[in-house]
Design a protein around this ligand. Structure first.
Ligand code: BES
Ligand code: ZN
Length: 849
């Protein structure tokens, strides 16, 4: 039997646990198909309980025996757990269970990856290891003994003893079971040391498979920078003597913050110049920081229940974004984050999967690790900080750590801290946590007798289960420019709280040009009918880098929409604006690369939907290709010069400055390849000494239908490097023409190196297929069918990744009847699969609506 009939869980039904746990002893006798887990758990009745029923979660466990206070018992077992009568006083529960890590392809609980044992317990995986109250508000200290012949045996926090075939670990910090971790394998370490602000030495290790030890140095530097940053910026010191990171090849997510033993997808930690791109380096730095920062925001202060997930994830994403901004460029980071938010979170908020930052119900919590919880959750914290100011934010955070250290807390606790620290009433602000959907703010302006007035209206469209919306508190940063491009009113934070509200600026000599929502001060859609000339003006003159970029972005989107809808030709103002930006050496190359990048085809589809136009992905693809060619032609004389200027002399370093140059150089390269038949890209491929240059050259060639020889040379060169081979698989699908995308994915899925059990490899092919908009939405429907076939196969092995990837179909309602019918058919086939997991069932039924 797979799952019992899945239940919907509601936030409003929260009740405290009936029993609390003081401490846990676990002994693992590791064996690939028959691992024994012995538990000894000290329980006591919870004085705050509303029930005295004793229930322990447990799934796919074979119970060997169980005892209470040393006496054998025969508990009642179901598909989801165990219950039995217990004393009305503290007692010790013991159990011995058998589990099969080898057969665990879901990668949740204890599983095997290339001969290595490894765990993933968040959110509800611990119940696949032993019987336990697997909920985050039950916190306990853990002592763990591992018995195995494998050379390296790790668990959370501090080693307390080891010998031939065994090791013992103790975690002095009470934690919920989702933070438990165990690793056993033939591993080597990359060691280092960090001295904390109070002078304590912490031993640091990155554990990897032999052969990967040369790919740890960058991750280690990122870890030390993160530790220092959290001390400097948040005053948070590490609280143990050891910090271990392990890299594992088979992992559903990016990484996991288990106390003292972070476990990483190898793609999120291993790096070298030859095998990793600049984007990989930046992501690795951010993920290492993110998981490390969870030590305070997630572990020391955890979540009362999974509805509060944004309490730790939104805050920790916000912190990792601040960190990346500090390490690199705030302007560039803000634009990157806004691009992700608009492309993914706005899309989620606008479709059948829309839900509040704090959801009110779920069937499978794994389906709620979403861009809304994470990215919008981070935006909400950014808004709070903008509203109260930096000093008050710091006061509030200090109070949060002070008041809630050791707690399993809620969003109410979080907001109360801000109210107490700043004296603000956050009742209305709290709607950001409960109300789904992206607010639309529309702008009207007038200018009378030197007074300029912005009339703003806000409105949030209905979302599933939430037909009516209330006005939000929206921080709107505004600056005003005059015709010369001088800033006549510097950035001011307007606080919009009403459905309609006006803000005036007095004493102006002439009607200004407004720059609204500077720095993307709120996660809203700004509806402001500006002329192309005004947008081009802001692209040239805005002092706010975000709005300067956004003006170019909106121009590009207008151009693309005009091309698709009316067959218009690209606007000269836009092309001239790009030329000026490309030429402007005073601008950061990374920023120039962002201005030159077009919105994605999916963004253009959404822009068309917003204009009540049914998007045709094929027409959008053609418009994008045409525009790229026209940009290339318009910039033709400048390109070779810009390309040469962006050459980085000397050995490769992944730092922001050379990476920015490579980003712009490679943007220019892809434009050049539209005109030179791939001559420059061929040369770059041949001479590249790092993956960033090699992969960009290969991509530019594939995009123009060339590069066959390079592609096979690449496959040969990197056949033994899994992470690079993921790129080889993914790039072919991403760069395939609309007609070829499905066939390319199908061929690659039959390649001997394709492995359905490895989420990275599966995503490299089928994630790329979903991301190839015109290929995925090919009117034949062949990509829909192919993805459905493979999701059906994957669901039997790995429900979590299947459910996540089914979101490729979530925009089905946007499209024409033919595509809608074909997507509904594909979704229907998935839904009809006998024994479909609860994870995928929930997603598919929400997508179908
Ligand atoms: N706690 C999560 C990992 C996780 C997610 C475990 C879902 C179980 C289910 C971790 O802190 C996380 O958020 N990781 C992100 C990367 C991060 C940089 C946003 C991930 O894995 O993608
Ligand atoms: Zn996280």
């Amino acid at each position: 039997m797979k799952d019992a009939a899945p239940q919907t869980i509601y936030l409003r039904d929260y009740t405290p646990p009936a029993y609390l746990v003081d401490d846990v002893h676990l002994t693992f006798k590791l064996a690939a198909t028959k691992t024994r887990v012995m538990s000894r758990i000290r329980f006591r009745p919870n004085p705050e309980a509303t029930s005295n029923e004793f229930f322990l979660h447990g799934e796919d466990l074979k119970l060997i025996n169980a005892k209470i206070d040393g006496e054998d018992i025969t508990p009642e077992l179901t598909a989801t757990g165990l219950s039995c009568p217990v004393p009305d006083a503290p007692f010790t529960f013991e159990a011995e269970v058998e589990i099969n890590p080898q057969a665990n392809t879901a990668l949740e609980g204890l599983y095997m990856s290339n001969g290595m044992y490894c765990t993933q317990c968040e959110a509800e995986g611990f119940r696949k290891i032993t019987y336990y109250p697997d909920r985050p508000d039950v916190m306990a200290t853990f002592t763990v003994r591992i018995e195995s012949d494998l050379p390296v045996l790790l668990s959370n926090s501090n080693p307390t003893g080891q010998g031939e075939g065994w090791a013992e670990w103790h975690d002095p910090w009470p934690k919920p079971a989702y933070l438990f971790a165990l690793v056993a394998g033939d591993l080597v370490n990359h060691p280092d040391l960090f001295t904390t602000m109070s002078g304590k030495d912490v031993e640091l290790n990155i554990w990897v498979r032999p052969g990967d030890e040369g790919k740890c140095a960058f991750g280690m530097e990122a870890l030390k920078k993160s530790m220092k940053w959290d001390e400097d910026v948040y005053g948070r010191e590490y609280d143990l003597d050891v910090f271990n990171i392990v890299a594992v090849d088979d992992f559903n997510m990016g990484a996991m913050e288990n106390k003292g033993l972070n476990i990483f997808n190898s793609s999120a930690v291993l790096a070298s110049p030859e095998t990793s791109t600049d984007a990989n380096f930046e992501r690795i730095e951010a993920i290492i920081a993110h998981e490390y920062f969870h030590n305070w925001t997630g572990n020391r202060i955890t979540c009362r229940d999974w509805f509060q997930l944004c309490l730790k994830e939104g805050l920790t994403v916000f912190r990792d974004q601040q960190f990346t901004g500090d390490m690199r460029s705030h302007a560039v980071k803000r634009i990157d984050d806004a691009v992700v938010l608009r492309a993914h979170q706005f899309r989620e908020d606008n479709g059948p999967l829309a839900h509040p930052v704090r959801p009110e119900s779920f069937v499978e919590i794994n389906n709620f690790y979403t861009v809304t919880v994470y990215e919008k959750g981070a935006e909400v914290i950014g808004m709070l900080k903008r509203l109260v100011g930096d000093d008050e934010y710091k006061k509030a955070l200090d109070l949060y750590f002070d008041r809630h250290d050791g707690d399993a807390a809620t969003i109410e606790d979080w907001l109360k801290v801000f109210e107490d620290a700043t004296g603000r009433d956050l009742t209305q602000f709290a709607r950001w946590y409960s109300q789904a959907g992206t607010p639309r703010v529309s702008v009207r302006e007038d200018f009378v007798d030197g007074t300029y007035t912005l009339h703003l209206t806000q409105q949030t469209p209905p979302t599933p289960g939430q037909p009516h919306k209330d006005p939000m508190v929206i921080p709107i940063a505004v600056g005003l420019l005059n015709d010369n491009g001088d800033e006549v009113v510097p950035t001011k934070m307007l606080e919009m709280t009403q459905a309609e509200q006006s803000f005036s600026f007095e004493g102006l000599a002439s009607k200004p040009i407004p720059s609204i929502l500077r720095g993307f001060s709120a996660p809203v859609i700004l509806e402001h009918d500006q002329t192309k000339a005004q947008r081009a003006f802001l692209l040239a003159h805005d002092t706010d880098p975000f709005n300067k970029w956004d003006a170019g972005r909106k121009l590009a989107q207008d151009v693309l929409v005009g091309m698709v809808r009316d067959g218009a030709t690209p606007d000269g103002a836009y092309l001239d604006g790009l030329a000026a930006v490309l030429r402007d050496d005073s601008l950061d190359p990374a920023f120039r690369a962002q201005v030159l990048a077009l919105p994605s085809e999916d963004d253009t589809a959404q822009a068309l939907v917003d204009l009540d136009h049914v998007p045709d992905p094929t027409a959008i693809y053609d418009a994008h290709e045409t525009l790229k060619l026209q940009i290339a032609q318009h910039l033709q004389d400048q390109l070779p010069r810009s390309y040469a200027d962006m050459a980085v002399p000397g050995p490769y370093t992944p730092d922001a400055e050379p990476a920015g140059k490579r980003a712009l150089g490679n943007t220019v390269l892809s434009l050049m390849s539209k005109l030179d038949g791939g001559r420059q890209a061929t040369q770059q491929y041949a001479t590249a000494d790092n993956m960033t240059q090699q992969l960009a050259a290969l991509g530019a060639l594939l995009k123009i239908g060339k590069g066959k020889a390079e592609l096979s040379a690449f496959g040969e060169q990197w056949q033994n490097d899994r992470l690079v081979m993921d790129k080889w698989f993914g790039l072919q699908v991403a760069c395939a023409s609309p007609d070829q995308a499905a066939a390319t994915a199908e061929t690659l899925a039959a390649h001997p190196a394709f492995d359905i059990r490895n989420p990275n490899r599966f995503r490299s092919v089928f994630g790329a297929l979903g991301g190839n908009a015109a290929g995925f939405h090919h009117p034949s429907g062949k990509a829909y069918d192919l993805l459905a076939d493979w999701l059906i196969k994957l669901d039997e092995l790995n429900p979590q990744t299947t459910a996540r990837m089914s979101t490729a179909f979530s925009t089905w309602k946007r499209y024409d009847d033919n595509r809608q019918a074909k997507m509904r058919h594909a979704l229907g086939r998935i839904a009809a699969k006998p024994g479909l997991s609860a994870d995928t069932t929930e997603m598919v039924s929400r997508i179908l609506g």
